[in-house]
Design a protein around this ligand. Structure first.
Ligand SMILES: Nc1ncnc2c1ncn2[C@@H]1O[C@H](COP(=O)(O)OP(=O)(O)OP(=O)(O)O)[C@@H](O)[C@H]1O
Length: 256
């Protein structure tokens, strides 16, 4: 049986708890993610998708409930341990790329490896390999401000993958990519998932992109309202199920 990589146990997140207007963005959510899972998170704007993945992946701390990664409760880890854990296991891809403007694309991709003991030859080789996969090898000597939005996003993805993470956490990773590059990225995710056993937790609003996953969580009002498993469905059949869930849930937003 596959190993549990991430467990969320009755997680609640309230923003502004000390203020007059606290917002419960996540309400008593539980999830067990196994090694090799490819899970996609969808839901209306403001439903709590980013809060969900941030609280599950050490970026933020829940108000109530527990998160375990590789069997260890995140709250009990010291800051250094969480930092090391992130470096060794997680690859983050966000819509904001946070590339450093004073560094070239090559140097930006190298940043996560600067803490490692890897030789400079291997660093170079790893960067070239990942840059080729993301089609940014011709940009390695350029600075981020010399690149387009899509190119910067692909460079940021290369930076997230250069450490060979066991779990990719992605929030709208295709937000700045055109359709062809979006599908290329998802083919890459699928190959990392199928062939390298990399687990993926991804937020998207695009049903086509979501159809690359194996499981879909539909979040509404800070709760998991629906779960769909791809199972034996073809990608097309799964896609139609995802479209259905989204349109049924959207229709519920209309008040007669
Ligand atoms: N730092 C914060 N402080 C206060 N409220 C917040 C904060 N971050 C998010 N929220 C609120 O929490 C709720 C959930 O936000 P979240 O960003 O998780 O939603 P989302 O589903 O990812 O939205 P979108 O699809 O628009 O990105 C929203 O009502 C939002 O306004």
């Amino acid at each position: 049986m596959s190993k549990e990589i991430l467990v969320a146990d009755h997680v609640t997140k309230v923003y502004g708890i000390e203020t007059k207007n606290p917002v419960t963005a996540l309400s008593d959510v539980s999830l067990t993610m196994y090694e090799g899972d490819f899970i996609c998170v969808m839901g209306p704007s403001g439903s709590g998708k980013s809060t969900f993945i941030n609280n599950l992946s050490t970026i933020d701390v829940p108000t109530k409930g527990k998160v375990f990664i590789n069997g260890k409760e995140v709250r009990t880890m010291g800051e250094n341990e969480v930092g090391r854990f992130r470096y060794e296991n997680l690859g983050f891809i966000f819509q904001e790329f946070n590339l450093l403007d004073s560094l070239t694309i090559f140097e930006n991709i190298a940043v996560p490896l600067s803490l490692s003991n890897i030789s400079s030859d291997e660093i170079k080789e790893r960067i070239l390999t990942v840059a080729k996969r993301l089609n940014v090898e011709f940009l390695l000597e350029k600075y981020p401000y010399e690149c387009s939005g899509g190119q910067r996003q692909r460079a940021a993805i290369a930076r997230a993958l250069v450490t060979k993470p066991k779990l990719i956490v992605a929030d709208e990773p295709t937000g700045n990519l055109d359709s062809a590059h979006s599908h290329e990225l998802l083919e890459l995710f699928k190959s990392l998932n199928d062939n390298d056993g990399v687990s993926i937790l991804m937020v998207t609003h695009d049903s086509m992109i979501a159809s690359y996953s194996q499981k879909l969580l539909y979040i509404k009002d800070g709760k998991i309202a629906e779960t769909i498993e791809r199972g034996d469905l073809s990608q097309k059949e799964y896609f139609y199920k995802i479209v259905d869930v989204n349109s049924v849930e959207s229709q519920k937003l209309f008040v007669d």
